[in-house]
Design a protein around this ligand. Structure first.
Ligand code: FES
Length: 116
């Protein structure tokens, strides 16, 4: 089964993904924390990305999340596409802040409320 390299433009990270897995499933295999994974069926829109380079096969995506114009520009739901070549992508929408979030140990501690 062919294996392709998915390059995330925003973070410079890359990972391998076979043509039998969705790009989102491959991304989950990265082991990163905080990547929002929703319905995995094209219905919630949290996994929206823009493919900058490469070929992929796609399944039906809701127009509520991907307009015809966006689709023409390479915007897709990563749970609905499978790579058929190496891909270079940019994370969009709700997913971006999680993918680009600094590592947990660089975040400020959360203030605690006192209990009376
Ligand atoms: S995870 Fe819901 S649209 Fe992709």
């Amino acid at each position: 089964m062919p294996k392709f390299t998915i390059h995330i433009e925003d973070t410079g990270e890359q990972y391998s993904c076979t043509d039998t897995r969705s790009v989102l499933e491959g991304m989950e295999a990265l082991g990163k924390k905080g990547i929002p994974v929703g319905c995995r069926q094209g219905g919630c829109g949290v996994c929206k990305v823009q493919i900058l380079e490469g070929e992929y096969s796609k399944r039906v995506m809701s127009r509520a999340h991907i307009s015809a114009e966006e689709e023409a520009c390479g915007c897709v739901l990563s749970c609905r596409i499978k790579p058929s070549s190496d891909l270079r992508l940019k994370v969009l929408g709700a997913m971006k802040k999680n993918v680009c979030r600094p590592k947990a140990d660089t975040l400020s501690p959360t203030p605690h409320e006192s209990i009376r």
